[in-house]
Design a protein around this ligand. Structure first.
Ligand SMILES: *[C@@H]1O[C@H](CO)[C@@H](O)[C@H](O)[C@H]1NC(C)=O
Ligand SMILES: *[C@@H]1O[C@H](CO)[C@@H](O)[C@H](O)[C@H]1NC(C)=O
Ligand SMILES: *[C@@H]1O[C@H](CO)[C@@H](O)[C@H](O)[C@H]1NC(C)=O
Ligand SMILES: *[C@@H]1O[C@H](CO)[C@@H](O)[C@H](O)[C@H]1NC(C)=O
Ligand SMILES: [Ca+2]
Ligand SMILES: [Ca+2]
Length: 641
């Protein structure tokens, strides 16, 4: 079975894992024709020849460990044990060979596969069949199966009961017949005009329809013959009107995100600093304090869940320059279109955690997001990452119903573990695996949310261990940067090992950077973890011509090193990318690690979850790779420090 795999990092990790744990024999004694071979010093060149000599196709040097090789078969295996055993025994006797470990073969079934003809959710709502983001059967030229997998969660009985989501926006048409029943009036407020009625202000062009559209995505009533169905159609939705006044203030923002934190479970925000590709801005003092309070004290101490749209600035912007989206306390959500590609307005950055859906790029009028609209209407045309954040809020509501004990960090862990690559396709950035085998993309984060997967894992979830913070190191000297010369700095760290705040398993990592430049938009910054994961902390922003301010103690954040061991050497690379020669000065790089001391998933049921998800006997290369990775992830995680 493993014989037909391609050999990527994933399998390599699994192999390494087998090596580390010394597994080579199984109860069933099923071996593949794949061997992990360690050679003696000085004979690396002989590897290929050795492999051929003993009946293998070739040998591939593994990128980790010392003189480790993967000996793989010439052709797809037909027999297993006997031939493999013979080859191995002969090979073991060769003087050039130090160690040989046969690779165990195990059954893995295709995961996350659903027969779309099998979905028998029926709703009376006229727009339900147009809501491809709920159940994608290929409507509006979309890709079947590319959806939030809500049907699976609904079938398990999770529809958001007992959960309240606040839409922080331009108000909600709470008289709308598809929203009224699920409207939570007590938890609603109007901070734009200081009264308890967040009804949208009328304008001729229906400009203030945004909040109403978002509310419908989360909480539109099901089976009532009106519009469509919310992701969490039995949840309550609160309106927090706060976007409709001449200026935003710190007080309005702070008041909004700290409004009734014991009643509101999830806050959805589809706003932020201007997406003009030249702004660097984030929450001010009060709002920061309110957010910190929210995650620490909201929901009885389990923490308010803040869901944030990653931004609509397109390839000209970088959401790590948006302090709301890049905050560790928010779950930043990007969007894919209905065939899995990126939307033109998507921003990419290393702080995005996962993705949902917005409108299709094709000119199909039904490819937009179907939801409720102002004055009792429905629409097929909601769009933007604005449309994506409420979908995530809805999925999180389903997870909270499945397990109300989830903390704000549990929700992030669940998101990382269950989001899927599915058919998401980013033409610019490759999908990669981090040091513990988690697959991520610079634009989509860990992939598209999977409601079914999430509630299943949520049900038996054990709260992740306590979180610690470690300042891993700080570079404070001035360093010149110039076009054509990349500045490389390193910080070697033990991640506060031996101290109370030792961080062994990463969650978020921040690089606090102070730098100025003759053209800020031409700066690019990358950071590579000791386990080799490169995060793009800042991409070029061609419209940002700032030559004065630069970045002042700006916390660039990455989620891409999630689960990794932070001990070792971190590399920061700063350079210019652009047409004209530029120069600048880096004045500070402080590396902040956040995570746990003990392994977060020891008690989790990741394996059970996998077998529950197994639905088809068909072998699929990618799924098998996934399995191999999750297997190694689990073992790596459960290995003691
Ligand atoms: C919205 O609803 C109103 C009242 O029901 C109706 O008169 C109007 O035509 C609708 N507008 C659109 C654009 O559908
Ligand atoms: C939530 O926590 C309570 C108290 O610790 C516990 O009794 C309950 O079983 C937990 N619920 C779930 C779904 O884990
Ligand atoms: C950056 O800061 C250095 C040191 O403070 C200063 O000499 C330099 O002129 C500044 N460069 C820009 C582009 O502001
Ligand atoms: C950072 O990585 C990106 C993408 O790989 C690359 O284009 C850019 O040149 C890198 N910048 C630096 C300073 O290394
Ligand atoms: Ca409805
Ligand atoms: Ca932005």
């Amino acid at each position: 079975m493993l014989g037909c795999l391609k050999y990527g990092t994933a399998l390599a990790l699994a192999l390494l894992n087998a090596w580390l744990l010394g597994t080579g024999a199984t109860e069933e004694g099923i071996y593949t024709h794949h061997l992990l071979v360690q050679l003696h010093e000085g004979v690396d060149e002989d590897a290929h020849q050795l492999a051929v000599e003993y009946g293998f196709g070739s040998a591939r040097k593994l990128p980790f460990g010392e003189r480790l090789f993967h000996f793989y078969p010439r052709d797809a295996p037909k027999t297993r044990r006997k031939r493999s055993l013979r080859h191995r025994q002969r090979l073991e006797k060769d003087r050039r060979v130090k160690n040989v470990i046969a690779q165990e073969g195990f059954d893995r079934q295709k995961r996350g596969y659903r027969d779309i003809n099998d979905i028998d959710v029926s709703m009376s709502d006229p727009l339900f069949s147009k809501q491809w983001y709920l159940i994608n059967t290929g409507q509006a030229d979309g890709t079947p199966g590319l959806d939030l997998n809500v049907a699976e969660a609904w079938k398990m009985g999770y529809t958001g009961k007992g959960v309240t989501i606040a839409i922080m926006d331009d108000g909600i048409d709470y008289l709308h017949p598809d929203l009224a029943l699920n409207y939570n009036a007590e938890a609603s407020y109007d901070f734009s005009s200081n009264d308890p009625y967040p009804y949208p202000r009328y304008t001729d062009d229906w400009f203030n329809s945004h909040g109403t559209r978002c509310a419908g995505e989360v909480s539109a009533v099901a089976n009532n013959n009106i519009c469509g169905v919310g992701v969490a159609y039995s949840s309550k939705v609160a309106g927090i009107r706060m976007l409709d006044q001449p200026f935003m203030t710190d007080i309005i923002e702070a008041s909004s995100i700290s409004h009734m934190p014991q009643v509101i479970d999830i806050y959805s925000a589809s706003w932020g600093p201007t997406d003009d590709g030249k702004t660097v801005d984030g929450p001010r003092e009060l709002t920061l304090q309110a957010m910190a309070d929210g995650v620490n004290k909201g929901r009885g101490g389990k923490g308010s869940i803040y869901v944030w749209a990653s931004g609509d600035g397109g390839s000209y912007d970088d959401c790590n320059c948006d302090g709301y989206a890049s905050s560790m306390w928010t779950i930043s959500i990007n969007s894919a279109i209905n065939d899995g590609r990126t939307a033109l307005y998507d921003e990419s950055c290393s702080s995005t955690l996962a993705s949902t859906f917005s409108n299709g790029r094709k000119r199909n009028p039904e490819a937009g997001v179907a939801t409720t609209d102002l004055y009792g209407n429905c629409t097929l045309r909601h769009s933007g990452t604005s449309a994506a954040a409420p979908e995530a809020a809805g999925v999180f509501a389903l997870a909270l119903e499945a397990n109300p004990n989830l903390t704000w960090r549990d929700m992030q862990h669940l998101t990382v573990l269950t989001s899927k690559r599915n058919k998401l396709h980013d033409e610019v950035h490759q999908w990669r695996r981090n040091g513990v085998g988690l697959e991520f993309n610079h634009l989509f984060g860990y992939g598209v949310l999977d409601a079914g997967g999430m509630v299943k894992l949520a049900r038996d979830w054990k709260t992740v261990p306590e979180r610690f913070h470690c300042v891993a190191g700080s570079v404070q000297e001035m360093h010149k940067i110039q076009s054509g010369e990349k500045l490389s700095l390193t910080i070697s760290t033990d991640a506060c090992q031996g101290k109370e705040n030792f961080v062994r398993y990463l969650e978020h990592v921040q690089a606090v950077v102070t730098v100025n430049a003759s053209r800020r938009g031409d700066l690019t910054i990358n950071m590579t973890s000791p386990m080799g994961t490169k995060s793009i902390l800042l991409s070029r922003r061609p419209r940002d011509a700032d030559a004065k301010v630069g970045f002042d103690k700006w916390p660039f954040m990455t989620t891409h090193t999630w689960g990794e061991d932070p001990r070792g050497t971190w590399l920061l690379e700063v350079g210019f990318h652009g047409d004209a020669p530029q120069s600048g000065t880096l004045k500070e790089w402080t590396l902040m690690l956040h995570g746990t001391q003990s392994a977060p998933y020891i008690d989790q049921v990741v394996r059970d979850y996998q077998s529950k998800l197994a639905m088809s006997k068909k072998e699929e290369l990618e799924e098998e790779l996934d399995e191999a990775v999750e297997r190694s992830l689990k073992s790596l995680m459960s290995k003691s420090n």
